[in-house]
Design a protein. Structure first.
Length: 257
């Protein structure tokens, strides 16, 4: 399963906000065996978001878009997803009821600020027509899943999720089981200089048809090696071969000065 991530927000591109959502989602998906093949940060530009959603939906098994849902002027993601699939925006009875209930809870919790809570329920609850609603249990604006069968890869699926990290994590949990892949990885650690182990890394990749990454960690003073395969037998064989080929360990190591 191949997935593309699109994180939306001018604040990400300006460096005002650290893009923790991309890192968190990539980790969650990788842990489920999914290949994250693209990570894009996009501005709050409806046309740009729609173009990238349409492009990625045709190229990958699923697209996860996070950020820019809600009712402020810069929240254009949901409309952009609708544009990508040429759909109108419309609320559902479920999302209307949920937004109304969440607003009532907010007003009850903060009665002194109730007069300032002026929300267009229909607009807040609107989704691309035909989308599957994802209710926001920790916030207000709902997310959704848009499914379409127009891709050569089969059904195209686009998940539109909130950008607030707590809301994102809560909503992703409700659809996490829909992401499942066969990739699995193992880490090895070595204090060998990176230039000295290049032949062994090339050899293990060719011999076992695995993906190999080498990530120097200057603070820990070691190299972290990552092997990725699509079955446990290949991964175990490649790991054993590399452990014999270089001075490596399955646990972090550092030079003994």
């Amino acid at each position: 399963m191949e997935v593309a991530l699109i994180t939306v927000g001018d604040e990400l591109l300006a460096g005002d906000t650290v893009n923790t959502n991309a890192n968190w989602l990539a980790g969650e998906l990788s842990d489920r065996g999914v290949a994250v093949s693209r990570v894009l940060s996009a501005p709050d530009d409806r046309a740009v978001i729609a173009d990238r959603v349409g492009e990625y939906a045709a190229a990958f098994d699923a697209v996860v878009v996070t950020g820019g849902i809600g009712s402020t002027p810069d929240d254009v993601t949901m409309e952009a997803v609708a544009d990508a699939f040429d759909r109108e925006m419309t609320p559902t009875e479920l999302t209307r009821e949920h937004v109304s209930r969440r607003l009532a809870a907010i007003r009850e919790r903060m009665p002194e600020s109730a007069a300032d809570v002026d929300v267009d329920v229909a607009a807040e609850a609107a989704l691309p027509a035909g989308a599957r609603p994802l209710l926001n249990q920790t916030g207000l604006a709902p997310g959704c899943v848009v499914e379409d069968g127009a891709s050569e890869r089969g059904d195209r699926r686009v998940y539109a999720l909130p950008g607030i990290p707590g809301e994102l994590k809560s909503m992703f949990a409700s659809v996490a089981d829909e992401f499942d892949g066969d990739r699995r990885s193992r880490f090895l650690y070595t204090v060998e200089p990176e230039s000295d182990i290049v032949p062994a890394l090339e050899a293990v990749a060719d011999r076992f048809d695995v993906a190999v990454g080498c990530y120097p960690d200057r603070e820990a003073d070691h190299n972290r090696l990552k092997l990725t395969a699509t079955d446990d037998e290949t991964l175990s064989a490649a790991s054993a071969w590399l452990l014999d080929a270089v001075d490596a360990s399955e646990t972090p190591v550092s030079r003994d000065w």
